[in-house]
Design a protein around this ligand. Structure first.
Ligand SMILES: [Zn+2]
Length: 374
């Protein structure tokens, strides 16, 4: 069941419960500058900030202007803003300021471009909503982009998907968005994006919000790939058709063309298969290749997904590995022309530590001894 209540820990996001704790600074009242002066962003009143804080800093310490920077100099900024600019106006409404029923204010939304490494984080809470003002102080509803292994165009459209899902429509119960055709979609979205079935990646199976954000992302970032997958998966087809007909109003996207006809790119994901299910996404796994022509090595992002491009055509043998897991099956590919290839899943399985059994036996003996002496 989807939570409807506005509670502080309802952070449907790519941030697991924050792990670091920072001492609280005194309440600040400082200007929220600098931000980029991009005409497109200004037109949509979408704020873009650069920061040297990471998501945990912003979460616990709030926005610190002393650590801000020009977002345009943060690596990945251009990729992020360029893909957001391809969103149609009606979808962009979800990133524009909207009246918030809970704060009784019009809340602006923002993208924070961080120079720090890790991941993406979608924050669907209104600014300073936390009653004690201790978390996300002076941080707008929106998303925080960190440096990492995900391409920033993919990351930006995924996180924007969360905001459009949670704070742009009335789906999460946060915002009332008076856009024709959007207001009554909540039930339909809840019914379709249920994190069940044969989806675009294992990460989409994580929960209903990742289901929505992952398919929203692929719709824009890799439209051809998502359509290809939809041809063999009724679950993906249902999601694709909903996005096309109800949200994008017929506008469809294609995969970007390979930079030259002699290069190839690969996309896919690594998951641990549980039973016969799609499995759980594995981050920080490696995809290896020993090709007759050229090898490569790429790491999965926090969604368990990978992307590698500008590889030469040729003969590839690919597999996934991660310390503590079995190696995946090998995949052999003969590539004779430039193309983008969606590889889908590589399944790996957790290895039991070699000393697992003795620990259980010793633990059992220990328990028997303890209980026996009571
Ligand atoms: Zn996500």
């Amino acid at each position: 069941m989807r939570g409807k209540a506005l509670v502080v820990d309802t952070v449907f996001s790519d941030l697991n419960p924050p792990v670091k704790h920072y001492p609280q600074n005194p309440i600040r009242k400082l200007p929220l500058i600098p931000r980029t002066l991009d005409p497109w962003a200004d037109q949509h009143q979408f704020l873009i900030y650069g920061t040297q804080q990471d998501a945990n800093d912003l979460y616990y310490d709030g926005w610190n202007p002393a650590l801000s920077c020009d977002p345009a100099v943060v690596p990945g900024y251009n990729e992020a803003i360029n893909i957001l600019k391809t969103l149609p106006d009606n979808v962009l409404r979800g990133l524009e300021p909207q009246y918030n029923n809970y704060t009784k204010k019009t809340e602006q939304k923002a993208m924070y471009c961080s120079t720090q490494p890790n991941r993406g984080y979608a924050n669907d809470m209104p600014m300073n909503y936390d009653a004690e003002g201790k978390i996300l102080r002076d941080v707008h509803t929106g998303f925080i982009m960190e440096q990492g292994v995900s391409p920033w165009d993919k990351l930006a459209v995924h996180e924007a998907g969360h905001i459009i899902d949670l704070a742009g429509t009335n789906r999460g119960g946060y915002y009332w968005t008076p856009v024709q055709g959007w207001e009554d979609l909540a039930d339909e979205i809840n019914a379709i994006f249920d994190a069940q079935g044969d989806l675009i990646s294992a990460y989409a199976n994580t929960n209903s919000h990742e289901d929505f954000a992952s398919h929203f992302c692929y719709y824009v970032w890799r439209g051809t790939t998502l359509r290809t997958k939809a041809a063999t998966s009724t679950d993906v087809a249902e999601r694709y058709n909903f996005l096309r007909d109800k949200m994008f109003l017929g506008i469809e996207y294609n995969d970007p063309l390979p930079p030259t006809p002699t290069t190839v790119s690969f996309d896919g994901y690594v998951a641990e298969r549980i039973g016969t299910g799609t499995g759980i996404p594995i981050k920080d796994a490696y995809i290896y290749s020993h090709g007759a022509w050229e090898g490569f090595l790429v790491r999965t992002d926090y969604m368990g997904e990978f992307h590698v491009e500008n590889l030469p055509i040729g003969h590839y043998i690919l597999w996934a590995e991660k310390l503590g897991y079995t190696k995946s099956l090998e995949r052999e590919l003969f590539i004779t022309q430039g193309q983008s290839i969606y590889l889908g899943p590589f399944f790996i399985k957790k290895l039991l530590p070699p000393n697992f059994l003795p620990i259980i036996i010793l633990g059992g003996i220990f328990l028997i001894v303890i209980l026996g002496t009571r």
